[in-house]
Design a protein around this ligand. Structure first.
Ligand SMILES: C[S@@+](CC[C@H](N)C(=O)[O-])C[C@H]1O[C@@H](n2cnc3c(N)ncnc32)[C@H](O)[C@@H]1O
Length: 249
């Protein structure tokens, strides 16, 4: 049986291509807004539900929060562990599928950012992930969720695009949207000097704001605010992101 794309995609060439795009300035701005929207302070127990290499979890721990970071990718988690061992910061790292977070009311706040959601073709599985986020929180705990704004994505849509990665890799991307199921599949070809071309595919379920609100409510969240970007602009047809602030009820 072939493994689902999200089990392998983030360990492979993704590392050589996407990590160039994470700027420290953007990450610092995201950390600031997560801090303010969740009303964080030293000693608060915070869960980064899908932490990647820990770019948000580590600075929040440095500000005094008791942070746990979960992710499915061992590659991302080992980068995160190395970063904490260099800086001396303490973060609890856990390899775990987002649908199966092993927590029950343990956190004062949680977040899921940079479109780390919608990876399962079946809506019920994406809903399960939201339930797991809610279950991890104590009653009244805050939750920040950041996802691409589908309405603005459709205006910026390009069928084919290209990018440059590390080590001279050229990346060709071809979108193959599946409108019937609301999934934007993308085939990514990696062309590296002196090597055979490689190919990976990923697909994200493109949820609109109203559908996400209904999913949050079904999971036991109240949606308090919806922003359109990390500068706190209101959500609009043009805004690149949708950022929800929710409360566990
Ligand atoms: C776009 S990155 C975002 C990571 C992080 N939030 C950030 O902003 O840097 C998506 C992450 O999702 C993780 N991931 C993919 N499928 C997952 C799953 N089923 N459960 C938990 N993590 C998963 C990947 O390993 C990757 O680190």
């Amino acid at each position: 049986m072939t493994r689902p794309w999200y089990e392998t995609f983030f360990d492979g060439d993704y590392q050589l291509v996407w990590r160039r795009h994470f700027s420290e300035v953007d990450t610092a701005r995201e950390v600031d807004l997560i801090w303010r929207l969740l009303g964080l302070g030293p000693g608060m127990r915070v869960l980064d539900t899908v932490c990647g290499f820990g770019r948000h979890a580590i600075p929040l721990a440095e500000r005094g929060c008791a942070v746990t970071g979960c992710d499915l990718s061992e590659t991302e988690l080992s980068r995160a562990r190395s970063a904490t061992s260099v800086s001396g910061t303490t973060v609890r790292w856990l390899k775990c599928d987002m649908r199966e977070l092993p927590f029950d009311g343990e956190f004062d706040a949680a977040f899921n950012v940079y479109s780390a959601f919608g990876y399962f073709e079946d809506d019920a599985e994406n809903q399960r992930a939201l339930q797991a986020f809610r279950r991890s929180l104590r009653l009244g705990g805050g939750f920040v969720f950041d996802f691409a704004n589908v309405l603005s994505l459709s205006k910026r849509f390009r069928k084919r695009d290209w990018d440059l990665g590390e080590d001279g890799i050229v990346v060709l991307r071809e979108a193959r949207p599946d409108f019937r199921h609301g999934i934007t599949w993308e085939v990514v070809r990696f062309i590296e000097p002196g090597k055979s071309p490689r190919e990976s595919t990923f697909g994200v379920r493109m949820y609109t704001v109203d559908v996400l609100v209904a999913m949050f409510e079904r999971a036991g969240f109240r949606v308090d605010r919806i922003l359109g970007d990390w500068d706190e602009a209101e959500v609009s047809f043009e805004s690149p992101r949708v950022i929800f602030t929710c409360t566990a009820v």
